[in-house]
Structure formats: structure tokens, C-alpha cells
Design a protein around this ligand. Structure first.
Ligand SMILES: Cc1cc2nc3c(=O)[nH]c(=O)nc-3n(C[C@H](O)[C@H](O)[C@H](O)COP(=O)(O)OP(=O)(O)OC[C@H]3O[C@@H](n4cnc5c(N)ncnc54)[C@H](O)[C@@H]3O)c2cc1C
Length: 267
């Protein structure tokens, strides 16, 4: 067994504005008095643009700009913070789907990945294949709730080492070292993994839009959620708040329960 640290989260991609295209569009509809705020993230500017486009609420009505303004609109909210606050309050969360974040979650177990992939709406996944990757050494994170107890920790280590040896024994039984045919090796590796622990450390790449991340953070940092997914989604929550303070302006950490809570649920 190869002991590994607790799960790690890497932010590897996020939505970017294409300023030339957005500028060209705004010029073509009559140059409303709105431009992206350089002090605000691209994702938050994009989400604001999506909302303002819906109602032609770039600025108050101006008959000289019929394609950019709307006689029903006499005042508009100023600033990304205030604009997004109103989107969240009124539950018009579909505009949040235009921006997405991609993470790599490393040293996570199949317990975690199986729970994560239950989230379908607005999500994309790529997971390390255990049909291809041989498990000659099993990376394993012992959850804090087990490692705090010496007897339980020892039991975890014994069982994982036993299963790791089983992988090696199966490898010998089928003469893996002398096999060259990749398809046969893949079939055998795939069969061996049935005797691997679901707590083994693996990797998943996950992309989700900001509406979906809000929902997942709320559900999966709740005290009712499992230990490992609470750690991972807690880390994702911190990254989201740092990068998108306006979208996550109603998210607070409750230190008593260790969960992240939202002023507006299920936007
Ligand atoms: C504490 C906890 C315990 C759990 N225990 C179990 C368990 O014992 N057994 C079990 O099987 N699962 C369990 N789950 C998983 C849970 O039932 C969900 O499958 C999982 O959390 C995904 O969330 P979601 O359904 O909101 O889906 P998401 O894909 O995250 O969807 C987001 C939202 O979009 C809407 N939506 C998505 N898909 C559809 C659809 N097809 N039709 C209509 N609306 C849709 C819903 O409003 C949904 O809430 C548990 C989850 C938690 C947090």
C-alpha cells in the first residue's frame, strides 16, 4: 500500500471572454453604455452580459438605440455585484450556466468519484481508467475518521496490503510479465480490479457550470454528506469564492457544521 495525502484539487481551466467578439456585438446593436468591467472576472462579466441581453437592459431606454434598449426599462442596476445579486435573488440561475470551471481531483477514491458522477446536469467527467492502469501498488488515503483510531488504521493497512498482493499474485497466475498483446493485458487488468478496494486513490477531471457548482457545493459540503466528498467540495467552494466573489456572494462557511451555505438555494 502506498500511503497518500488527503484529496487534492487543482483548478485547471475556466471560461474566458473573447473581448473582440463581445465588443463587435455591442457596437453592432448601437453601442449601449455597458462594457465588461476590467475588475471583474470574465465569467462574471459574461453572465451579466447574458442577463442584460435578455431584457435589453444594458442601459436605460434611449430611442436612438432601439436594438440595445427597451422602452420598458427606465433604470438599470449598476455594477456586476448588484446585477448578479438580483439574478440570484430572483432565481434566474440559467445565465450562470454560461461559465464553467474545470478541476482535476487527485488522490480521490472510487467512493468519491461514484458520488460525484451522480451529478449530471451541467457536468462533464473524464476518469482514470482502471482497465488500463495496473494496480501493482495501491495508492490509499486512510480517512481521518479511521486514522484517528490505531486499531482501525492497522486494519486498513493490512487489508489494502493484502489486496495489493492479490493483484500481484493474479498478475503472476496469468503471466502478465510475458504478455505483449495489449488487448489481453487490458482484459486481465480489468478483471483484476474487481479485487481492488474502492478506497484506492485515483484521479478525475470534472467540468461544471457555475449553476451546477453552487448546487453541488451545497449538497456535498452538508454534514449529511460523506467525509471525502465534503473535503473535496469544500476546497472547490474556496476556489469558487476566490475567483467569483460576485457569483458566490451569498455563500458563507458555517464553522460549526463545516458546511458551505447559500442565501439563495437552487437558483
Ligand atoms: C447526503 C446524500 C446522501 C445520498 N444518498 C444516496 C443514496 O442512498 N442512494 C442514492 O442512490 N443516491 C444518494 N445520493 C445521491 C442523490 O440522490 C443524487 O443522485 C445526487 O446528489 C445528484 O444530485 P441531483 O439529483 O440534484 O442531480 P444533479 O445532476 O446535480 O442535478 C441538479 C438538479 O437538476 C435537476 N435535474 C437533474 N436531472 C434531472 C432529471 N433527470 N429530471 C428532472 N430534474 C433533474 C434537479 O433539480 C437536480 O437537483 C445522496 C446524496 C447526498 C448529498
Amino acid at each position: 500500500m502506498r500511503s497518500i495525502d488527503e484529496p487534492k484539487v487543482y483548478l485547471v481551466a475556466k471560461t474566458m471572454l473573447e473581448p473582440e467578439g463581445l465588443d463587435a456585438y455591442l457596437n453592432d446593436i448601437g453601442k449601449p453604455d455597458w462594457r465588461p468591467d476590467p475588475n471583474v472576472s470574465d465569467s462574471e462579466n459574461l453572465i451579466e452580459a447574458a442577463g442584460r441581453m435578455c431584457y435589453r437592459s444594458w442601459q436605460p431606454y434611449d430611442p436612438a438605440k432601439p436594438e440595445a434598449t427597451n422602452p420598458n426599462v427606465s433604470t438599470v442596476r449598476q455594477g456586476n455585484d448588484a446585477y448578479i445579486s438580483n439574478v440570484l435573488k430572483s432565481g434566474h440561475g440559467s445565465v450562470l450556466e454560461h461559465a464553467s470551471l474545470t478541476f482535476i481531483c487527485r488522490n480521490v477514491s472510487r467512493v468519491f468519484t461514484h458520488e460525484l458522477v451522480r451529478h449530471r446536469a451541467g457536468m462533464a467527467y473524464s476518469q482514470e481508467s482502471l482497465r488500463y492502469v495496473r494496480l501493482d501498488d495501491i495508492p490509499f488515503w486512510i480517512p481521518d475518521s479511521a486514522s484517528a483510531n490505531d486499531q482501525a488504521k492497522k486494519k486498513f493497512e493490512e487489508v489494502v496490503s493484502f489486496l495489493e498482493n492479490t493483484q500481484k499474485e493474479l498478475s503472476d497466475i496469468f503471466g502478465m510479465a510475458n504478455l505483449s498483446d495489449f488487448t489481453t493485458k487490458k482484459q486481465l487488468t480489468s478483471m483484476f480490479r474487481r479485487l481492488a478496494p474502492i478506497g484506492l486513490g485515483t484521479t478525475i477531471m470534472v467540468t461544471g457550470n457555475l449553476r451546477a457548482w453552487r448546487h453541488i457545493i451545497e449538497m456535498r459540503t452538508s454534514p449529511h454528506a460523506e467525509e471525502e466528498i465534503r473535503i473535496v467540495t469544500g476546497k472547490i467552494a474556496e476556489i469558487c469564492q476566490k475567483h467569483f466573489p460576485n457569483i458566490f456572494q451569498d455563500m458563507t462557511f458555517d464553522s460549526d457544521s463545516g458546511s458551505w451555505c447559500f442565501g439563495h438555494n437552487k437558483v
